[in-house]
Ligand binder design. Sequence first.
Ligand code: AMP
Length: 412
Amino acid sequence: MLVLVINSGSSSIKYQVREVTTSEENVAPYTSSMPAINERITLEQATLGAEGDEVLTKGLIENIGEGGEIADHSQALDVMAERLDRELNGREIDAVGHRVVHGGERFSAPVIVNNEIIRAIERLAPLAPLHNPAAALGLRAIQKKWPEMPQVVVFDTAFHRSLPEKAWRYAIPDAFYRLHGIRRYGFHGTSHDYVTGKAAEFLGVDREDFDAVIAHLGNGASVTAIRGGASIDTSMGYTPLAGLVMGTRSGDIDPSVLTGILTRNKDVDAERLDEILNKESGLTAVGGTNDMRELEQRAESGDSGAQLAMDMAAYRLAKYIGGYHVAVGGMQCLVFTAGIGENSAAFRKLVVDELSALGITLDPEANEVRSAETRVISGEDSAITVLVVPTDEERAIAEATAGLVEARIDHG
Ligand code: AMP
């Protein structure tokens, strides 16, 4: 099945076409955490090839909207359709899978799109004002252009719907939750879910018996506690600003710092503060760049700010890992993934060095290996296995999409 995977932003659309092989025997690891879609169709019934998919083409369409070269999302789709015609040699798309940032409290799994689902995504706009309206524009533009095309939405928050209330509640007056939905949602769910499945499979452990801590370390970074294959806690919160020290985001901070900044600086209002915390903080604020490769080089040549930025990020992450080790009742496995997690041996070493109290050690040679494969990097004497598992969110979205569409064809 050819699946077009779309990430629709307000002024750009990122796309990728994946061929997903479906077969009776194989059930993709990603499907195991998805609950029933409705009474008749479950993803257990959707059968997928775990290995057979590949990227056929990908691209980015930019400058959409007012003042841009492309008037709106409909026109952007015309541009994309023209490109796809050329790049796919006449092969046709069977289904479209969309990445949607916020599924709020409603969505705990991917779903097939209809008008009501699009309206629900729009209603969640107060929780993701930049992202959800843009995703809805992409969904409607496809509906208009290809009315018969099956579409599936995959939510960044959905995997974390299994958090217990003690993990998702904030200790603030109840009205903020009831009236404004202020609670922990968590993000990067598609990646955490996919990597959990891959790690369990690699270790030969049934997903339901798999307890782990997954560190997704990209420009945005989050860490998730996995118990019995499900998310029970995660470092991002109401928004993706919480938790780890990230490329340009502060992560956790004493809330009084924010009120202090606002009351002492007349030129900083809430909007500006949001920008400072999201775009000018984190590794950039301390080390001068959000690029881990550059930080590594600068630290090696004696730049103390770069070293401090890396140390702070590693220390914060190690504290989360220690806490989540307790939360999951003892992790079987620690997993590194995403840009930094997959590629920065130096950062992984800093993190694992902080974890010596847990008896975790690295195999220095294995840690230096560069590979696109899942691999063990812990030492033979390590009390807990440490893995690097390459993430692939587009693949997870393509597989979820193919699974739901197949199930609908088979049983609908
Ligand atoms: P992502 O958001 O997953 O694309 O990850 C982006 C982050 O990964 C940036 O901080 C990059 O500097 C980092 N990264 C990518 N490749 C490497 C590499 N070879 N070594 C160290 N960091 C890397």
